[in-house]
Design a protein. Sequence first.
Length: 180
Amino acid sequence: MKAIKSFLSRHDTGFCEKDYVHATLACLSMKMCHTVLGGTFDRFHLGHERLIERAVEIGDFVTIGITSDRFSGKDVEPFETRQKAVERYLKSRGCEKYRIVVLNDPFGPTLTDHSMDRLIVSEETYLRALELNRLRTSKGLKELEIIRMPMVGAEDGRPISSSRIRQGEINRTGCLIKKG
């Protein structure tokens, strides 16, 4: 419990202590907690860091799906650039038990992997997570516990996003970029 409270005192995660303790204790009661998350991870930013940080904190093993170049759309950094950014962050957090998979569809291995326990999502992808659980149960797989993370706000209070970074409105930490 001390470790959990210590973590909470060092990180402003937007969650109350009860939510974090519940998720952590649930994982500790299992032999291994396999946490999963996915996304484009374009212009790797503070919001991405928070999602991955949560996955590493509550998971013994983390699977991160990164969208393929074909599935990502235009104006997105190449897959290799995005993958390296994610790997750099994982290593900076001391995470060694992870795998990165290429996503060519919205669900990737979550529709077939029996070992997955928890799914980390942002507010904007929560409905997709509910759809995923419906598909998993229709295939005879257990539902994933969905852990919904709040969007990380930029300096102006609006969410940090890759598109805002791409458009030159903010930097990767959410600071406004002053124009001319």
